[in-house]
Design a protein around this ligand. Sequence first.
Ligand SMILES: NC(=O)c1ccc[n+]([C@@H]2O[C@H](COP(=O)([O-])OP(=O)(O)OC[C@H]3O[C@@H](n4cnc5c(N)ncnc54)[C@H](O)[C@@H]3O)[C@@H](O)[C@H]2O)c1
Length: 246
Amino acid sequence: MARLQDKVAIVTGAARGQGAAEATLFAEEGAAVVLTDVLSAEGEETAKACGGTFLHHDVSSEEAWERVVADTLAAHGRIDVLVNNAGIYHRAKLIDHTLDDFRRLLDINTIGVFLGMRAVAPSMMEREAGSIVNISSVAGLVGAPGSIGYGASKFAVTGMTKTAAFELARYGIRVNSIHPGIIDTDMIQQVASGDESRLERMTAATPFGRSADPIEIARLALYLASDESSFSSGSEFVADGGLTAI
Ligand SMILES: NC(=O)c1ccc[n+]([C@@H]2O[C@H](COP(=O)([O-])OP(=O)(O)OC[C@H]3O[C@@H](n4cnc5c(N)ncnc54)[C@H](O)[C@@H]3O)[C@@H](O)[C@H]2O)c1
């Protein structure tokens, strides 16, 4: 049997990158997948390719979350899985970081995850089942130079995951975080400021000496979304090629 047979999953930020890999793998494993993103054209294309449904969605908007949950419930009657994957990066050191950029990181990376968990929880509580997977980062576990705002936004995701896991455990809902290292997506180009030699130096400094393909994170998300991870909640799942082992 497919690993997500008959399950309904929402994946945010699924137009490209890791979200697209997760949505595609989930669909291959039998899930009905709702892909959301602010990038409509790319999102429609990815959804069409994997047989899912695309909804335009800004994760920092409370109203948009209400609509995504209502539309998903109207179409599928249930929500089994939420992957809070949408996120942005901004490179700036402490002394250079503007307040506006810091707030934008929190709005999308942190408040987006809070709103998402809060929006899906009631229907999961009613059915006493569900899995929420929050995409944090290694920058949500350790210091990352040049990423003060991003790190703040991702440490918050790590913390919220644990609190939500505690509160929702009695309703049969599991909440875990994934902490990717250097993943080969558009975002990593921003982390390296589009500088290939900087990216090479970053990856060379990790034990594996390479970046990861998005599918390597999608497989971990699949495990957490599925019933195979039935005894895991409030936990940090790291996939970083050994980066934080140093
Ligand atoms: N690439 C990496 O090395 C890396 C490492 C650690 C963590 N992450 C995290 O992984 C997640 C996925 O990132 P990625 O690497 O696939 O990068 P990406 O930039 O390719 O994908 C991010 C997606 O989120 C969407 N998005 C941005 N703002 C949004 C909003 N307000 N509402 C809805 N969607 C929005 C983007 O349009 C994009 O499709 C992010 O949360 C990111 O912080 C990435």
